[in-house]
Design a binder for this molecule. Structure first.
Ligand code: GLY
Ligand code: MN
Ligand code: MN
Length: 429
């Protein structure tokens, strides 16, 4: 990957965006992390995303370096450790391209006295300039928010594998099937359809488990009338999708059907708002108003939706942000616009992604409504929002679970946003 046109072009584009002058940049892949019991086992190795993005390699211990004062063809240099006999024998590793890692010292010595930014996993034994590192990291993060054609192609493959997984489990959703069985079939179908793995830990939650935002599947068996929430995505070459669908198992009650319909309508409206220049926080707040409007119509909340959102009353049932960036990792380059601090406004407190959208950004859009006992039984919240909620009705549905619907959306220069995961059906049953 390192020397393919995609990565040569990408590094040149990123270098122009970083605008470095005298600073020297090192980006480390990182090292495998041993399991705590200190055996010869490690957690699966994933190179630091900043390294992977620039080098396209998954090489433990490797680094890529950049010196803006070299002639253009020599600015980026790859350093790789020499593969040992043990690594060849036990792991089948081969020597990746690049200069021997032992020559990094000499390379850096020739640049002594210049500010050093150390991204990725910082190399051991060097003293980077912390302020320069933080500034360059922010610039890199912002520069890689727009996905290039190669990244979008990988995301489309991840989306196809993800769709194959959801298609495989759809006929299995019925009373008597366990969360674990659905996880197994979903993940197997991802792999059969070309995925290299899952993008994150698969979430399968039935009944009240659907209200646990990151629920790990268990042997629990689906019951007639349950919500079933599945949040899972395939990974292809480190690029991942992040998709949620919620079904009603067997017989659906009007209350559950209404809750699902409210979330689905809010999701579709939020997707349509993903246009260049739109502020993510505004799309989040508009979705919160849509969700609250639905809850008011269902008799769960009381009042004017805009006023309820201004009071942050929506966070009782919608306690997370509308979504995040997705791509190279499930959170990709999420965060705030350069120079923007996280909002302390209670209505926006849960929003970890806060930036204007631009063409090429890929966002999850994932509104949800949940009945989460630890939030809804909290006396302080009940007191603050005594007038905003029909608490008797809430108590009657306290263990109903929740609904989330999540798609992966590409912001486009012209025309409406593209839904990469539109092929996965969203109906309740
Ligand atoms: N899959 C976790 C999330 O939706 O962010
Ligand atoms: Mn998700
Ligand atoms: Mn997500």
């Amino acid at each position: 990957m390192l020397e393919t046109p995609v990565f040569i072009e990408r590094r040149a584009r990123i270098a122009a965006r970083l605008g470095l002058d005298s600073e020297v940049l090192l980006v480390g892949a990182g090292h495998p992390v041993p399991l705590p019991e200190n055996s010869d086992q490690t957690y699966p190795f994933l190179a630091h995303v900043e390294y992977h993005y620039l080098a396209g390699l998954e090489c433990p211990g490797a680094l890529i370096a950049y010196d803006p004062q070299e002639p253009p063809a020599h600015r980026w240099v790859s350093f790789v450790p020499t593969v040992t006999e043990d690594e060849r024998v036990w792991e089948g590793r081969t020597q990746p391209p690049g200069r021997p890692l032992e020559t990094l010292d000499a390379w850096l010595t020739r640049r002594r006295g210049r500010p050093l930014a150390a991204l990725g996993e910082p190399p051991r034994g060097f003293a980077p300039d912390l302020a320069t590192t933080a500034r360059v990291r922010d610039l890199l993060k912002h520069a890689r928010r727009e996905k290039d054609a190669h990244e979008l192609a990988l995301l489309r493959r991840a989306a196809a594998a993800t769709a194959a997984g959801y298609e495989a489990v759809a006929p299995l959703v019925r009373p008597g099937v366990s969360e674990r069985t659905l996880q197994i079939e979903l993940e197997a179908a991802f792999l059969r359809a070309g995925a290299s793995g899952t993008g994150y830990s698969t979430i399968v939650g039935a009944g009240s488990n659907a209200a646990v935002l990151h629920f790990a599947p268990t042997a629990r068996v689906l019951q007639d009338g349950d919500f079933l929430l599945v949040d899972a995505g395939a990974a292809v070459d480190r690029y991942v999708c992040d998709v949620t669908r919620t079904h009603i198992v067997g017989t659906s009650s009007p209350f559950r059907r209404d809750l699902h319909a409210v979330v689905l309508a809010a999701e579709e409206r939020a997707i349509a708002r993903c246009l260049p220049g739109a502020e993510w926080r505004d799309i989040h707040l508009a979705a919160a108003v849509d969700l609250v409007e639905g809850l008011v119509a269902m008799g769960v909340m009381r009042g004017r939706p805009e006023d309820l959102v201004a009071r942050a009353a929506h966070t009782l049932f919608f306690p997370h942000g509308l979504g995040h960036m997705v791509g190279l990792g499930v959170r990709d380059a999420s965060g705030t616009a350069p120079g923007r601090a996280r909002s302390t406004d209670p209505a926006l407190r849960n929003l970890r992604t806060d930036m204007p959208l631009a063409p090429g950004y890929v966002m999850t859009v994932e509104p949800g409504l949940y009945f989460i006992p630890p939030l809804l039984q909290d006396p302080a919240r009940r007191d603050r929002f005594h007038d905003a909620v029909d608490w008797d009705l809430v108590d009657r549905h306290l263990h109903v679970g929740g609904v989330r619907i999540e798609d992966n959306i590409v912001v486009r220069e012209d025309g409406p946003p593209e839904n990469l995961t539109a092929a996965i059906p969203k109906q309740a049953s």
